[in-house]
Design a protein around this ligand. Structure first.
Ligand code: GTP
Length: 618
C-alpha cells in the first residue's frame, strides 16, 4: 500500500484533474462525481471565527485575503506538500500553471483577483473552487478546503439571499459522506451558538467525521476557561477538541511572523495553568499533523471503494459512449468515408428485408401470389363478353358488310377490349410493390443504428432512395403495360386454328341431328364467339399472371437491390466537406454530452492508472 505522502498527493492530483473537468464538490453535474468519492477536509466556521487564521497557521504563512464582509467567496482547495528541509517555499495555482509564487502577498492578491474573475466585483459567491498548492518544508501533507464563512447578514451590493446561498454551498460540501469537517468556533462565544457546530451536527449527527476546533482561547474572560468544551463535557464529539491561539488583530497589524506566532502558541499552551496538561494535543501544528494522519488513514480505507466506483463509472461511460456513437473526424475524406459506411449499413439491412433475413420482403410475393391473380379474377369479362355486348361489338366491327365466314374483326375488337382491362391489375401490382419497397426503406433507415445520430443524413438518404424507387416504378410501369400491349399486338394464331377445327367438326354433327332457325343459328354463333374469346383471355390471363411479376421484379425489386443509392453516391462524391458536414450535423446536446462523457472517461482512466501505480509502489 502507498505511503502517507503518496496517498494524499495522489488524491491531490485526482482532485485537480476533477476540477479541470468541472467535477468539484459543490457542482451539480449529471455525471457521476469522482470528487465526491475522494476524502477531503472542509473548513467551516462563522464569520470572524478565526478560520483564515487557523489555515494560515497550519501553512505557516500569511497568504489569505483579509477585509471586512465576506472575503472568501469561492471554495479554496489548499493542497499542502511537504518538501525537504532547507528548500524554498512556493505556491502554484491550478489556473496559472507554470507560475511559481514565492511572494505570498502576491498569492493573496491572486486569490482575490481569481475570485472576482468568476464572481464579479459585486460580492457574489461561486461554488467553482480555486486550487492552490503550497510547497514548503514547514507544512505537512494535507488538503483543506476553505469555504465562505457562515454569515447572517448581507453587506451592501450583495443579494439578500447571500446567507442562505453560502449555507447551501457549504452544506453541499460537508454533506458528502467522504468529507471530514473542521468546525471552527471561537472560545469567547457560547458553543451552543456556534454556526459551525450547528451545521456539522445536522450533516454528521454521530460526529464521526467532525473535528471541533476552538480558537481565541486567549481572548476568554479572565478567570474562565474552555476546559468543559475541550474535555468534551459540554459538547461531546468522537474526536478530541483542538484548542488554538492565533495571532490577534494587533499581531497582524504589527506583521508578527507566522513562525514566531507558532512558537508563541506553543509557549501559551505549555505555560497555561488551564491547558498545560493538554499542551501536546493543542495548537495549530498538532492539529495539522493529526489531520494529515487522519486524512491518510481515511484515504487508505476508502481506496477499494474508490477503485470500485472508478471501474463502474468507466463501464457506464463506455456503454453510454457506444450508444451515443463515437465522434466523426473533421476532414472531408473521413466524413465521406463515414457517410458511405452508414449507407452501406442501411443497404445491407434493406437487402436483408428483401431476401428474407428480416420481415417485409414476403409481402412482395403476396402481391404476385394473391393480389394480382385476385384482381385479374375480378375483371368484368362476363359483362364485356355478354351476348348483348358480343352482338353489338361484332355488328359494329362488320360495318356495312356482314362477315362471311367468321367475324375476324369482331374477334379482334372483343379481344382487344378484354386485354385493355388487364392494365388495371398490372398498374396496381407496380404500385403495390412500390409501396412495399418504400416502407422497407423507411424501416431499414430506422433500423440502421449508425444513422440514428444523424437526422439530416436520414432525411437525405430517404429522399434519395425514394426518388430512385420512383424511377424504378416508372420503368416497371412501362414494362408491364408493354406486356399487356404486346398481347394485343399479336394474337396467338394456333389457339384460333384449333378452335376452328373443333368448330367445323361440331357443326357437321349438329346439322345432321336437328334443324334450326336462322335466329337460333345466329345466337349460337355469338355464344361460341363469347366462349372462344373467354378461352383466349383466360390463356392470356395465365400468361400475364406469370410475366407481370417477372417484369416488376426485374425493374423494381432487382434494381432496388442493385442500384438504390447509385445516384446518391455520385452526388456525395461531388460534395464539399462543408456540405458533407451538414449531413453529419448531430443534435448539439448529444455532441456536448459525448464530449463530457469522453472527458470524464479520460479522468477516470487516468485516476485508475494513478491509483494502480500508487498502490503498487507503496
Ligand atoms: N487574539 C486572538 N485573535 C484571534 C484568534 N483567532 C482569530 N483572531 C482574530 O480574529 C479576527 C478574525 O479572524 P479571521 O482568521 O480573519 O477569521 P475568519 O473566520 O477567517 O473571518 P472571515 O474571513 O471574516 O470569515 C482577526 O482579527 C484575528 O486576528 C485567536 O486565537 N486569538
Amino acid at each position: 500500500m502507498a505511503t502517507m505522502e503518496s496517498l494524499i498527493g495522489l488524491v491531490n492530483r485526482i482532485q485537480r484533474a476533477c476540477t479541470a473537468l468541472g467535477d468539484y464538490g459543490g457542482g451539480n453535474n449529471a455525471l457521476s462525481s469522482l470528487w465526491e468519492a475522494l476524502p477531503s477536509v472542509a473548513v467551516v466556521g462563522g464569520q470572524s471565527s478565526g478560520k483564515s487564521s487557523v489555515l494560515e497557521s497550519i501553512v505557516g504563512r500569511d497568504f489569505l485575503p483579509r477585509g471586512s464582509g465576506i472575503v472568501t467567496r469561492r471554495p479554496l482547495v489548499l493542497q499542502l506538500h511537504k518538501t525537504e528541509h532547507g528548500t524554498y517555499e512556493y505556491a502554484e495555482f491550478l489556473h496559472l500553471t507554470n507560475k511559481r509564487f514565492t511572494n505570498f502577498s502576491l498569492v493573496r492578491k491572486e486569490i482575490q483577483d481569481e475570485t472576482d474573475r468568476i464572481t464579479g466585483k459585486n460580492k457574489q459567491i461561486s461554488p467553482v473552487p480555486i486550487h492552490l498548492s503550497i510547497f514548503s518544508p514547514n507544512v505537512v501533507d494535507l488538503t483543506l478546503i476553505d469555504l465562505p464563512g457562515l454569515t447572517k447578514v448581507a453587506v451592501e451590493g450583495q443579494p439578500e439571499t447571500i446567507a442562505e446561498d453560502i449555507e447551501s454551498m457549504v452544506r453541499s460540501y460537508v454533506a458528502k459522506p467522504n468529507c471530514l469537517i473542521l468546525a471552527i468556533s471561537p472560545a469567547n462565544q457560547d458553543i451552543a451558538t456556534s454556526d459551525a457546530i450547528k451545521l456539522a451536527k445536522e450533516v454528521d449527527p454521530t460526529g464521526g467525521r467532525t473535528f471541533g476546533v476552538l480558537t481565541k482561547l486567549d481572548l476568554m474572560d479572565k478567570g474562565t476557561n474552555a476546559l468543559d468544551v475541550i474535555e468534551g463535557r459540554s459538547y461531546r464529539m468522537q474526536y478530541p477538541w483542538a484548542g488554538i491561539v492565533n495571532r490577534s488583530q494587533a499581531d497582524i497589524n504589527k506583521n508578527v511572523d507566522m513562525m514566531v506566532a507558532r512558537r508563541k502558541e506553543r509557549e501559551y499552551f505549555e505555560t497555561s495553568p488551564d491547558y498545560g496538561h493538554l499542551a501536546n494535543k493543542m495548537g495549530s501544528e498538532y492539529l495539522a499533523k493529526m489531520l494529515s494522519k487522519l486524512l491518510e488513514s481515511v484515504i487508505r480505507a476508502r481506496i477499494p471503494n474508490i477503485i470500485t466506483l472508478i471501474n463502474r463509472s468507466i463501464e457506464e461511460l463506455e456503454r453510454e459512449l457506444d450508444q451515443l456513437g463515437r465522434p466523426i473526424a473533421i476532414d472531408a475524406g473521413a466524413k465521406l468515408y463515414n457517410i458511405l459506411g452508414m449507407c452501406r449499413a442501411f443497404e445491407k439491412i434493406f437487402k436483408e428485408h428483401l431476401d428474407g433475413g428480416r420481415p417485409g420482403g414476403a409481402r412482395i410475393y403476396g402481391i404476385f401470389d394473391y393480389q394480382l391473380p385476385g384482381a385479374i379474377g375480378k375483371l368484368p369479362f362476363d359483362r364485356h363478353l355478354s351476348l348483348e355486348s358480343v352482338k353489338r361489338i361484332v355488328s359494329q366491327s362488320d360495318g356495312y358488310q356482314p362477315h362471311l365466314i367468321a367475324p375476324e374483326m369482331g374477334y379482334r375488337r372483343l379481344i382487344e377490349g378484354s386485354l385493355y382491362l388487364f392494365r388495371g391489375p398490372a398498374e396496381a401490382s407496380v404500385n403495390a410493390v412500390h409501396s412495399v419497397l418504400k416502407e422497407l426503406v423507411r424501416k431499414s433507415i430506422a433500423e440502421t443504428e449508425e444513422l440514428k445520430r444523424f437526422p439530416s443524413l436520414q432525411t437525405e438518404l430517404a429522399a434519395a432512395a425514394n426518388s430512385s424507387l420512383e424511377k424504378f416504378r416508372e420503368e416497371s410501369m412501362k414494362s408491364v403495360l408493354m406486356l399487356v400491349d404486346m398481347e394485343a399486338s399479336y394474337l396467338t394464331v394456333d389457339f384460333f386454328r384449333k378452335l376452328h377445327e373443333m368448330d367445323t367438326q361440331g357443326s357437321q354433327n349438329t346439322s345432321l341431328s336437328s334443324p334450326t332457325t336462322v335466329e337460333q343459328n345466329g345466337e349460337r354463333q355469338f355464344r361460341t364467339i363469347a366462349s372462344n374469346v373467354a378461352g383466349y383471355i383466360k390463356m392470356v390471363a395465365d400468361t400475364l399472371a406469370n410475366t407481370i411479376p417477372k417484369a416488376v421484379v426485374h425493374c423494381q425489386v432487382r434494381q432496388a437491390k442493385l442500384a438504390l443509392l447509385n445516384y446518391f453516391y455520385t452526388q456525395m462524391s461531388q460534395r464539399q466537406g462543408k456540405h458533407l458536414g451538414q449531413l453529419l450535423d448531430e443534435n448539439p446536446a448529444l455532441m456536448e454530452r459525448r464530449l463530457q462523457c469522453a472527458k470524464r472517461l479520460e479522468l477516470y482512466k487516468n485516476a485508475r492508472d494513478e491509483i494502480d501505480a500508487a498502490v503498487w509502489l507503496g
